[in-house]
Design a protein around this ligand. Structure first.
Ligand code: BGC
Length: 267
């Protein structure tokens, strides 16, 4: 069987560490040429590129703050210069800047909304333009292009102390669905992955002490914390023709976190 993403080019935003790095590695292993985007960690990005190349894949690292329009245009220009086009966009770049609601500054709010939501808009718009211009390349994929938005269980689970983050992910849900509705006639597939608790630096405080880790497990019916590869494998599937009839959907990859585990014994 040919590799699922053979001949395709994938941009993965925020892929110098964590979930994004795993998505980049899984997509490269599935045959895609990969653009590893980073904002500050050129070292992390170069490591991911090095690992992909050592395994026989192709990758480049490109710096870009996804909340800045000119930098997003440059990210796509660099991609076209290196690989000619783009077939898959994974909107993964995201961050938290947590605060109690009454203490949340406008800067805390704007920073999170700008990266987590506006960044997905800016990158998706550039990808969609290219997909429409180029159309379907049938040797590579049934679709003219695929957009995968990395959301969160917090697109549906309210999260006190993180109002900016939850609002950004709730926004990603309707951005994704509205893009899916509008872009379908162009044969562009748009879906989201909503990860639960995945062990990465963003949620270190939730797993680094035994007490915190036990509290976390009480929220996860499947009784383990996720690993970045859980998301990487789901992303490969959503980018491949194996999921060609999946469109406008949110795939929760969360060990059951959205099953309201408190109700297993309460209620
Ligand atoms: C957040 C993590 C959190 C997880 C589950 C993610 O979207 O970034 O900090 O552990 O949701 O609550």
């Amino acid at each position: 069987m040919p590799e699922q993403l053979q001949g395709q080019v994938a941009i993965i935003t925020g892929s110098s560490s964590g979930i994004g790095a795993a998505i980049a590695q899984c997509m490269a292993a599935a045959g895609a040429k990969v653009v590893v985007n980073y904002v500050r960690s050129s070292k992390g990005a170069e490591e991911v590129v090095g690992e992909i190349e050592a395994a026989g894949g192709k990758a480049i690292a490109v710096q870009c703050d996804v909340s800045q329009e000119d930098q997003v245009l440059n990210l796509f220009a660099q991609t076209y210069a290196a690989f000619g086009t783009v077939d898959i966009l994974v909107n993964n770049a995201g961050l938290q800047r947590d605060a109690k609601f009454v203490d949340m500054t406008l800067d805390d709010w704007n920073w999170v909304i700008n990266v987590n939501l506006t960044g997905q808009f800016l990158c998706s718009r550039e990808a969609a333009k290219e997909f429409i211009k180029r159309g379907v390349v049938s040797e590579c994929s049934c679709a003219a292009g695929k957009i995968i938005c990395i959301s969160s269980v917090h697109e549906v689970i309210p999260w006190g102390g993180h109002c900016n983050y939850a609002a950004s992910k709730g926004g990603v849900r309707l951005l994704m669905q509205s893009m899916a509705q509008e872009l379908a006639p162009h044969k562009i597939r748009v879906n989201s992955i909503a990860p639960g608790a995945i062990k990465t630096p963003i949620n270190r405080s939730a797993w680094e002490t035994p007490e915190a880790f036990n509290d976390l497990l009480s929220l996860i019916p499947y009784n383990r914390i996720g690993v970045p590869e859980d998301i990487g494998k789901a992303a490969v599937w959503l980018a491949s023709d194996d999921s060609d009839y999946v469109h406008g959907e949110v795939l929760f990859v969360d060990g059951g976190m959205t099953l309201y585990p408190g109700f297993a014994t309460g209620g």
